[in-house]
Design a protein around this ligand. Structure first.
Ligand code: C5P
Length: 236
């Protein structure tokens, strides 16, 4: 299922490769985040991309525009399909990210990676917003940053299940919404407090779902992924 992205949140390339090999053909791509990337580096990103896998490089770049552009150029050279930045870096930083992705992809005659932004991390609450001087409600801040992302020409945002509707209404249909926090009715929620099932998230307007532990910590990851795909394909 193209819309299902699996978070390879493990420490070693061996574990990540075993998961990718087990899941290839059943899921739409693999998310590599700061844990695996910091442990094992960029070669595994290239390895998956060279096998034709769609790789979402989740490193949430947030720096001055020149530095972010350099990091995005490097990620694009690895052959990633999607990458992300923090919307709080501002529109100049986001435009620089998108331009760098387009230029480097053109240099390699590849499609430009999707560049998306994190609005507000779901670990932040109203109190943490106050700590950093944001007085608006969380939903206003998320909406504002989603619009800024769209105006800067990016392809979409990462959004919690609760934010999908708000962003879809505000940014329209032609804007990717990538949603983690997906759990089945019987899954352990772990540290995810606000969750939806995969079907509910797609119905709410998510474009892509990011699922980690319900698949990678299952005794049979392929069977767990197939269950999610089957659930999504059931007629209502
Ligand atoms: O294991 P689980 O399904 O909770 O994994 C979700 C993935 O999505 C993790 O890689 C996590 O870092 C990421 N993520 C998240 N919430 C966000 C942004 C990213 O859970 N708001």
């Amino acid at each position: 299922m193209d819309q299902l992205l699996v978070a390879l949140d493990v420490d070693t390339v061996n574990d990540a490769r075993r998961l990718a090999d087990a899941l290839r053909g059943c899921v739409g791509g693999f998310k590599i985040g700061s844990r695996l990337f910091t442990s094992e580096g960029p070669r595994f990103v290239e390895e998956l991309a060279s096998k034709g896998d769609r790789v979402f490089l989740d490193l949430k770049f947030h720096d001055i525009p020149h530095t972010v552009a350099g990091a995005v150029t490097a990620a694009t050279r690895l052959g990633v399909w999607m990458l992300n930045v923090h919307a709080a870096g501002g529109s100049a930083m986001m435009r620089a990210a998108k331009a760098a992705a387009a230029e480097e992809a053109a240099r390699h005659s590849r499609p430009t990676p999707l560049v998306i932004a994190v609005t507000m991390l779901t670990s932040l609450d109203q109190e943490t917003l106050g700590e950093i001087g944001v007085k608006d409600a969380m939903t206003s801040q998320v909406g504002r940053l989603a619009s800024l992302t769209q105006t800067a020409g990016l392809d979409g945002v990462v959004a919690s299940p609760q934010e999908i509707g708000l962003i879809r209404r505000r940014c329209g249909d032609n804007f990717a919404i990538v949603t983690p926090g997906i759990r089945g009715a019987a899954d352990a929620k772990g540290d995810q407090s606000r969750t939806l099932t995969a079907t509910e998230a797609l119905k709410a307007g998510a474009t892509y779902l990011v699922v980690g532990r319900p698949i990678i910590a299952a005794s049979d990851p392929r069977a767990a992924a197939e269950r999610i795909v089957a659930e999504c394909q059931q007629p209502n």
